[in-house]
Design a binder for this molecule. Sequence first.
Ligand SMILES: [Mg+2]
Length: 185
Amino acid sequence: MSKTKLLQPDLVLGDTILGLTPAILSHHQIKGLVLDVDETLVPLKKSEVSEDLQQWVDTIRQVTPIWLVSNNVSESRIGSIANTLTLPYLLGAVKPSRRKLRQAVQAMELPVSDVAMVGDRLFTDVLAGNRLGMFTILVEPMVDAAVAARSYPIHNFEVWLSQILGVSLMTSPHKSAQNDKPLRS
Ligand SMILES: [Mg+2]
């Protein structure tokens, strides 16, 4: 697999994680989820879990196991978010290292290709997931409205560099995909 391919998400959601539905998971035959935390679930400046996110987790956990794997080393922040959501978690993952992603996938007792890595960053979440052979989903970052109005230099730089490397970040046509044949069989 080329380096460019390692940055290519299998699915570009074009929405925050709240747009990831059981139908989309089923369409891609995803049996487990590893989620990034900062800006995938909760804006960086916030520590409380939104009611929308709690409801999303309660819906999705009925169809797949969920683990949180964060590069953040703050036990108080990540532990508190995970405990509020009653989800298992791993800290200090150093993504794009595969080590803690592998640990979460092994805990689910699922084949690695049946588990999706979901995150807002290409060079950590998507790269780590692709390196391990997971299905990878790029989501829009969960940000405060006030912060969103400002620019996102690192995120924008990653997008710019990825496109030079040939990564396609066109939103995947998942919304009309239910009638298509599964992408993987
Ligand atoms: Mg993140």
